[in-house]
Design a protein around this ligand. Structure first.
Ligand SMILES: NC(=O)c1ccc[n+]([C@@H]2O[C@H](COP(=O)([O-])OP(=O)(O)OC[C@H]3O[C@@H](n4cnc5c(N)ncnc54)[C@H](O)[C@@H]3O)[C@@H](O)[C@H]2O)c1
Length: 338
């Protein structure tokens, strides 16, 4: 399979290009495209990629699949155009800027009968894969807790704090990963109610400490801290907290689920069960599986394109994450207005 990369910034060079290169028996990176054509040519040169295109559309005739690594604003448009041209798509997260855009992407994939995958790579981590295999120990999931917290780490590079290009801040960029992971582990129940609050007071205050570079506090317009409460049709509920800039002791990545039989925590992997009158805590001494989750993600995509494997991150599931994000932002706006 010939793969093309659209947008050769941090995630393309740091994750997807190395991952696809490891799958040389099954695919080859045949082309790159970027609005920064000089950077595209440099990346092509570094990685022996034969074709460089200033216009991503010219790539479609050369490749069987594309990996979309542009700012979020362009995900939907580029994915739909690629799918309409008969090209499979692996699109970076979040899937798009709104639920409606996600629906249009899925429609295009179905009409073209092509694969549309979204790069929620946390699902490919060993701990996450192990948790998915162990969910029967949990029984029916009742309550999920999700934390994706960074202490004073607003990304000060690229376009992460640009609302027009990214659609939001810590939630759409970071919290989405752990939210996606929790809902997948819960078995993808449909959500019914979403209440959320978003904050950005810290990042709008002058002279704040930030560990990840600098940004303009005067023009900072995205969320840097978000909380939400989500309920599902099956009665389960999920508590979410995510931040780029929390005043907390440590960064935290936490997904835990309490169910009818037991509980599970993903990072680190632990099981909480009971047997013969004993409450048990089980840690993993070792987890089988591939360490390189980026390679697993690329492999699953390539195999899904050739119908050798089922897609792990289905677009309908990524759509639900985007729908919940939309609803959190709307809920917060509505509560500040009232
Ligand atoms: N999976 C993850 O953990 C993860 C991590 C970081 C970023 N991302 C996602 O990856 C995407 C890119 O992020 P990044 O960190 O690589 O950003 P980046 O700014 O480093 O790179 C973006 C690249 O896209 C190019 N570009 C911008 N507009 C374009 C357009 N209209 N057409 C073609 N190319 C265009 C830029 O020139 C740049 O080279 C975003 O959607 C982001 O959310 C995912």
């Amino acid at each position: 399979m010939k793969v093309g990369i659209i947008g050769v910034g941090g995630i393309a060079v740091g994750r997807h290009i190395p991952a696809f290169k490891q799958l040389q028996d099954d695919c080859v990176i045949a082309a790159v495209s970027d609005i920064n054509i000089e950077r595209a040519a440099e990346v092509a040169n570094e990685h022996n990629i034969p074709h460089v295109f200033a216009n991503y559309k010219d790539m479609f005739a050369e490749v069987d699949a594309v990996c979309i690594c542009t700012p979020n604003k362009f995900h939907a448009q580029y994915a739909i155009e690629a799918l309409k041209a008969g090209v499979h798509v692996l699109c970076e997260k979040p899937m798009a800027l709104s639920k409606e855009q996600c629906e249009q992407m899925i429609k295009a994939a179905n009409e073209a009968d092509k694969v549309l995958a979204i790069a929620y790579h946390y699902r490919f981590m060993k701990e996450a894969q192990a948790a998915k295999r162990m969910m029967e120990e949990v029984g029916r999931p009742l309550v999920a807790r999700v934390k994706a917290l960074r202490r004073r780490k607003v990304p000060g590079w690229g376009v992460f704090t640009n609302k027009d290009l990214q659609g939001g801040g810590s939630l759409i960029d970071y919290g989405c990963h752990l939210l996606d992971l929790a809902i997948w582990l819960m078995g993808n129940p449909k959500h019914v109610q979403v209440v959320g609050s978003t904050y950005n007071e810290l990042s709008r205050t002058p002279n704040q400490i930030n560990q990840w570079g600098t940004f303009n506090h005067e023009t900072f317009e995205v969320d840097d801290h978000v909380t939400a409460y989500i309920t599902f049709q099956n009665g389960a509920s999920l508590l979410l907290e995510t931040s780029w800039a929390a005043n907390v002791k440590d960064d935290q990545e936490h997904v835990s689920i309490s169910g009818t039989h037991g509980g599970i925590s993903v990072f680190p992997f632990e099981l909480y069960t009971s047997k013969n009158g004993v409450l048990l805590n089980t840690e993993a001494a070792w987890i089988d599986g591939e360490e390189d989750f980026s390679k697993l993600q690329a492999k699953n995509f390539i195999e899904a394109c050739s119908k050798k494997a089922e897609l792990i991150v289905k677009p309908e599931e990524a759509l639900q994450v985007s729908a919940i994000i939309d609803e959190i932002y709307r809920s917060s706006q509505a509560s500040t207005r009232s």
